[in-house]
Ligand binder design. Structure first.
Ligand SMILES: Cc1cc2nc3c(=O)[nH]c(=O)nc-3n(C[C@H](O)[C@H](O)[C@H](O)COP(=O)(O)OP(=O)(O)OC[C@H]3O[C@@H](n4cnc5c(N)ncnc54)[C@H](O)[C@@H]3O)c2cc1C
Length: 401
């Protein structure tokens, strides 16, 4: 392999370029990104949206890094056509790049379900920086914001907006929106924080949105409620158009094997747009920052013919109302759960066990707990829910086995 074109300059694409160079790849590497200097997305719902983090602090790497690494960065340019059999990638600028391997790192868009009225300019979504800027401009003290969806991004925006003096209502049909990810105990406590901090929460499905002058009328249950704007945060729609254009296997994400290779051996795919095949099934899309970065490392290892990085339990973080959440593993797989600490009385964590092994953990303001949990999951340490729930149990002792 003497040339690699990475389409998309998000965390997955830039991680792929970095891992190729770190692994000694000395061929041509280009990153094609349709927006500007590759930037990080997590602050878009947190410090950047709050106005506490400047634009320059969003950069994934300083501009000089690309030159130092010999990575050609083509910003403001879209990849518009792929011809893997001819090792060619066509760009919106008209330029054609030569590529023995193409890495799709194209992310996705905010999902738009079929709710009537979503095309109003008063309805925001949040996936990129321009959208964050538009939302930030509208989040004026006293403004009325409807957040549709109580998942990670909806909850973070509700919290940030609340901090800016905005009157926030959050609707979600689920009693505990994050239950499937963090379990009922942490999920309930986290969702309950909204009400404690002044966010109105409604367990309901949004019926429709109707623009009335500069206002937005939302049908929530049987009620019509007036807002100044809405944020739609109901999930991700993966970007699969390039993959489809060359007939790659797509199933709500570009399907890859454990080395990130798609159904065409010259094309790899990484990050939020990707779904990994595992045995006979497909994993759900990960949609978290670290997972995207690890995909990049795996893709680079495949291209280099090197050993893939050792798999590790999936991890993510989130912040809301001044509380730091971390989670690792797969909580729905747990058959028993143990709590360390108590919700509302400082840091606490919930540990999910199945058949004598830890399968997941979530922590509130206690990242060390999740760090220890990750090691236990990765090493397959034998544990019991009773031992984990016992405040006298030393986690380091459990790790030593
Ligand atoms: C508001 C927000 C907050 C988040 N907070 C957290 C968090 O707290 N914790 C966490 O773990 N994760 C968080 N995430 C998730 C995390 O940011 C994503 O998992 C990560 O950005 C995925 O990286 P990616 O490279 O796959 O995709 P992206 O970051 O979406 O990057 C894809 C890039 O490809 C470009 N592109 C697409 N098509 C083309 C084309 N044809 N030509 C050229 N360029 C193209 C796009 O412009 C885009 O820049 C958050 C996400 C958002 C949106």
């Amino acid at each position: 392999v003497s040339s690699v074109v990475i389409v998309g300059g998000g965390v997955a694409g830039v991680a792929t370029a970095a891992a190729l160079r770190a692994g000694g790849f000395d061929g041509a590497v280009a990153v094609v990104e349709e927006s500007e200097l590759p930037y990080d997305r997590p602050p878009l719902s947190k410090a950047y949206l709050a106005g506490d983090k400047p634009l320059t602090a969003l950069a994934l790497r300083p501009p000089a890094w690309y030159e130092e690494q010999g990575v050609e960065l083509l910003t403001g340019t879209r990849a518009t056509g792929l011809w893997p059999a001819e090792s060619r990638v066509e760009l919106s600028s008209g330029r054609v790049l030569s590529a023995d391997r193409v890495v799709l790192a194209v992310g996705g868009h905010a999902a738009r379900p079929g709710i009537p009225g979503l095309d109003s300019p008063l309805v925001h979504v949040l996936r990129d920086r321009d959208q964050a800027d538009a939302l930030r401009e509208a989040l004026l003290p006293g403004a009325r914001l409807l957040v549709v969806g109580g998942g990670l991004i909806g909850a973070e925006v509700a919290s940030t907006a609340c901090g800016l003096g905005v009157a926030v209502t959050l609707v979600d049909p689920l009693a505990i929106p994050l239950e499937a990810v963090v379990g009922p105990e942490a999920g309930e406590w986290l969702h309950g924080l909204h009400a404690q901090r002044g966010v109105t929460t409604r367990r309901a499905l949004l019926g429709r949105l109707t623009e009335r002058g500069s206002e937005l009328v939302a049908t929530i249950g049987d009620e019509a409620v007036v807002f100044d704007m809405a944020l739609l945060a109901v999930g991700l729609s993966p970007e699969c158009s390039l993959a489809r254009s060359i007939g790659l296997e797509v199933a709500q994400g570009v399907v890859v094997d454990t080395g990130q290779v798609t159904s065409n051996p010259a094309v790899l795919s990484v990050g939020d747009s990707t779904r990994r095949r595992l045995g006979v099934g497909l994993e759900p899309r990960a949609e978290h920052w670290e997972a995207a970065q690890l995909d990049g490392a795996r893709a680079a290892a495949t291209i280099l013919g090197a050993t893939a990085p050792v798999p590790t339990a999936p991890w993510f973080w989130s912040d809301r109302h001044g509380v730091h959440v971390e989670a690792v593993g797969h909580m729905p797989a747990a058959r028993e759960r143990a709590m360390r600490g108590r919700p509302g009385e400082g840091p606490f964590s919930v540990w999910g066990v199945r058949d004598g092994r830890l399968v997941a953990a979530v922590s509130i303001d206690d990242p060390n707990a999740v760090r220890a949990a990750r090691r236990m999951i990765d090493r397959g340490v034998v544990v019991s829910a009773a031992a984990l729930a016992d405040p006298g149990t030393d986690l380091r002792g459990l790790l030593r086995g």
